[in-house]
Design a protein around this ligand. Structure first.
Ligand code: 13P
Ligand code: ZN
Length: 277
């Protein structure tokens, strides 16, 4: 019999576990806060297949997406601490397969001893569906973190995508290059169900990142590096903005809209025009 831990040597699992540790080290994952899902490539599924067991039951999600039928996702477990993923991956993360109707999952590896996918799996799932569509299949990662500076800003700024985006773009020169489309903002909602999933996925049709008021941030991307980098860049910009606000000093100058246009021109990115004056 093959040990089911052999799967952990496969590159995609190593990258996934590394990202959980990186997020923990940033201070974004107190206790069980935050979650990560990854839509596997067919060749990754093939490499992992010998470790799969398919006798566990299908579980309905309360949301549905035809374009994710039959896909496999790596997911963190509900109530699991991202800090512990590296220590015991087989209990804290798992792989789920989606059924042909695109409305249920079953665990095929991991989440040992009664674990379940993250309570935010419906949000991740609908976000995967819209980002897959919006990026022609390139988007594979959805990441939710409890990023403190972004959360703090949701008490100070109006919960408006234009206001948030401008504050973040002006907080560090590279920001408009990293997220030229800006960030969406979801008002405060009860976490962990189909309602917040639908509200977030509506925004993710247009944005690759969305702020959850008084809760955290959702980011999407083609791979672990790009998605982690997006989370990091947005959170760092929020931190800078907060430091400036907290200084109590008047703001003497900032990056102007003409500056933003100049960056966009030289770096070959298109900024969301309605967010510029
Ligand atoms: P889970 O432990 O179910 O992943 O929930 C954590 C969280 O951040 C909820 O928004
Ligand atoms: Zn959360």
């Amino acid at each position: 019999m093959v040990s089911n831990l052999g799967i952990l040597n496969i590159e995609v699992l190593r990258g996934y576990v590394q990202m959980c540790s990186d997020g923990w080290q940033q201070g974004w994952h107190e206790r069980n806060g935050g979650n990560l899902t990854y839509r596997m490539k067919p060749n990754e599924v093939e490499k992992c297949h010998m470790f799969f067991q398919t006798e566990r039951p299908w579980m309905p999600m309360g949301v549905q997406a035809a374009n994710l039928a039959g896909e496999y996702f790596i997911t963190t477990g509900s109530g699991k601490f991202l800090r512990n993923v590296e220590l015991k991956p087989q209990e804290n993360i798992g792989i789920v397969q989606i059924n042909e109707a695109g409305d249920s999952w079953r665990i095929v590896w991991g989440l040992e001893n009664g674990g379940q996918p993250t309570s935010e799996f419906p949000s991740h799932f609908l976000n995967h569906s819209v980002r897959k569509e919006a990026t022609d299949g390139a988007c594979r990662v959805i990441y939710h973190a409890h990023t403190p500076a972004i959360i703090a800003l949701t008490y100070l700024l109006p919960l408006d995508a234009r206001v948030f985006t401008r504050a973040l773009w002006q907080s560090a020169t590279e920001c408009p290059v990293v997220f030229p489309g800006g960030v969406g903002v979801v008002p405060w909602m009860v976490p962990g169900g189909p309602a917040i999933a639908r509200a977030t996925s509506e925004l993710m049709k247009e944005y690759d990142a969305a702020v959850w008021a008084h809760h955290g941030l959702f980011c999407s991307g083609a791979d672990f590096d790009l998605t982690f980098g997006l989370m990091y860049t947005i959170e760092k910009a929020a931190e800078i903005y907060l430091k400036v606000l907290s200084s109590g000093q008047p703001i003497l100058q900032t990056i102007t809209d003409d500056d933003l246009r100049a960056i966009a021109h030289d770096f070959g990115v298109t900024l969301r025009e309605e967010f510029l004056d």
